[in-house]
Design a protein. Structure first.
Length: 128
């Protein structure tokens, strides 16, 4: 808790890294959920359930879509977020812990405000 602001700045993502991370709609959803629940590690299953509620599965085979999403999380999204130091992902326990990134939080907050505060903003989320 007694870390200096210089230490905090050293652990923050660069602007380019932030834009790369938030360019993907699914990663924005992941980050938003993790930020909202940053006080404790999140089970992978809970994150998967949250993302499924934000996915229109009415015309899709839900078990197939869930498996596809789990594969994407495990092989793409979570490793990328971990590589950038935004999360810690314990694969054996399937727990995800958010690592505070104030710039990402500010950007996601401004996007939330700009979208009218809609909980599930899906206007440009067709790149899944």
């Amino acid at each position: 808790m007694g870390s200096s602001s210089d230490d905090d700045d050293d652990q923050q993502c660069s602007v380019d890294e932030i834009f790369e991370l938030v360019a993907d709609a699914q990663r924005r959803q992941i980050l938003t959920y993790l930020i909202q629940n940053a006080d404790h590690p999140i089970p992978l299953e809970a994150l998967l359930e949250e993302l499924m509620t934000q996915t229109d599965t009415s015309e899709l085979d839900q078990p197939t879509e869930q498996e596809h999403l789990l594969t994407r999380l495990h092989h793409l999204q979570l490793p990328k977020l971990a590589d950038y130091g935004v999360i810690e992902y314990n694969e054996s326990l399937q727990l995800i812990s958010y690592i505070e990134q104030s710039r990402i939080e500010m950007l996601l907050q401004s996007e939330h405000i700009a979208s009218g505060g809609a909980e599930n903003s899906t206007g440009d989320d067709h790149d899944s």
